[in-house]
Design a protein around this ligand. Structure first.
Ligand code: CMP
Length: 136
């Protein structure tokens, strides 16, 4: 049974005009794009999405950044999608991400790291539901 994960192309990558390159990579890696939209998050929507990090010292900077411009939000589908998408993204800090990973290729800093992916089954379900209503 294929699994879904939530992927976000963050404002830094949209500004850099690498959306096409990232989506090509997603398709080349064998993911199916089940849902996709371009949205400009309000500060409150960004805070709601990253609520698990609300006690972290980077929370306000992160949510300001995530609401600073449009993002591309996708539900990606594949066997083992959560783990595989994290592998394609690379480590959170682009400087530590393996060569060829999206964050190494397109990320700028630990905050402006080009892409997001869910980290576990329950988070993936919650994150996909945060952006996409269930199909009827
Ligand atoms: P993401 O995968 O979207 O999940 C949480 C985000 O918080 C992470 O990517 C980074 O953009 C950001 N983040 C994580 N750690 C730090 C940090 N130490 N400083 C600033 N931002 C961070």
């Amino acid at each position: 049974m294929p699994q879904q994960t939530l992927a976000i192309i963050k404002p830094d990558a949209v500004k850099k005009r690498v959306v096409g390159k990232i989506i090509t990579r997603i398709e080349d890696e064998g993911f199916t794009i089940a849902r996709l939209k371009l949205v400009h998050l309000s500060p409150d929507e960004a805070k709601g999405f990253y609520a698990v990090h609300k006690e972290k010292k980077f929370f306000s900077s992160l949510t300001e950044f995530m609401s600073s411009g449009p993002v591309v939000v996708m539900a990606l589908e594949a066997e083992d999608a959560i783990r595989r998408w994290r592998e394609v993204m690379g480590a959170t800090d682009p400087a530590l991400a393996a060569p060829g990973t999206l964050r190494r290729l397109y990320g700028f800093s630990i905050e402006r790291n080009a892409v997001h992916g869910s980290d576990a089954t329950e988070t993936a379900e919650w994150e996909v539901g945060y952006f996409f209503k269930k199909k009827p």
